[in-house]
Design a protein around this ligand. Structure first.
Ligand code: ADP
Ligand code: ADP
Length: 227
């Protein structure tokens, strides 16, 4: 059974009289444990696809089955619940709370999930150790390097045991050494069975994943499995 199944997904925007097809009849099947990149130039529809996959946004038409749930028909509130329990997000710009420590940043999604303080702190500490930041738990983002901030963001993305990690240009703001370390962490998560989707315009990065979905003008133009 696929984890993700998109059938005929389209997303249209009206720009005055002009209609923009940000996604145009996209079909996509993703199985648990896949390490996939969504590759395309600027304006091709990558963010729109990520927003639909991540239940941040509803398609104009088409069907989206996520883990045997039909999510295309859900309300914004229902989508929010799905998003918080099933999806972990990683962004280019980290999106950490500046005034919160690494531990507090990682624990935050568990506050919304109603988990008690002690369990939250234990889970966040465990994940920070997992990403190599056991000695940085009480540091705030401005006391951390870019690569360390992205590790905090990855720990936060993992804290609700999501079924999918969606990463939008996760190495885009990093120097090449930190970027390589983040890629290594993704590879380890892949080895451990996580389902990872990386959205990128970086052809070389995409070729280091296991499958490349190329999109152009809102359409899937190639779907390539790699070894
Ligand atoms: P990418 O992430 O590959 O750069 P996007 O998904 O952001 O591409 O955009 C795909 C197309 O949809 C572009 O032409 C963009 O201008 C358009 N678009 C995206 N979001 C909106 C929006 N909220 N309103 C109008 N047009 C949009
Ligand atoms: P960009 O595509 O300009 O690099 P981001 O990667 O920060 O922007 O965000 C990608 C998409 O996710 C955007 O549509 C944005 O509104 C949404 N988003 C950004 N931050 C969050 C967040 N913390 N929680 C939920 N959605 C977010």
């Amino acid at each position: 059974k696929p984890l993700v199944q998109l059938n005929g997904i389209s997303k249209h925007y009206k720009n005055g009289n002009e209609e923009i097809y940000a996604l145009d009849d996209v079909d996509l099947t993703i199985y648990k444990g896949e390490f996939l990149s969504i590759l395309g130039p600027s304006g091709s529809g990558k963010s729109t696809l990520m927003n639909v996959l991540g239940c941040l946004d509803k398609p104009t038409s088409g069907n989206y089955q996520l883990d045997n749930n039909d999510v295309s028909a859900l309300s914004s509130t229902q989508l929010s619940a799905i998003r918080n329990s099933k999806i972990g997000f990683v962004f280019q710009s980290f999106n950490l709370l500046e005034y919160a420590t690494a531990l507090e940043n990682v624990a935050l999604p568990l506050v919304y999930a109603g988990v008690n303080t002690k369990t939250r702190r234990a889970k966040a500490a465990e994940l920070l150790k997992r990403v190599g930041l056991g000695d940085r738990m009480n540091h705030k983002p401005n006391q951390l390097s870019g690569g360390q901030k992205q590790r905090v963001a990855i720990a936060r993305a993992l804290v609700n045991d999501p079924q999918i990690i969606l990463a939008d240009e996760p190495t885009g703001a990093l120097d090449s050494k930190s970027g390589a370390e983040i890629e290594m962490l993704f590879n380890e998560l892949h080895q451990e069975g996580c389902t990872l989707i990386i959205v990128t315009h970086d052809n070389a990065l995409a070729h280091r994943t296991k499958r490349i979905l190329s999109i152009k003008d809102g359409k899937v133009v190639n779907d390539e499995k790699l070894n």
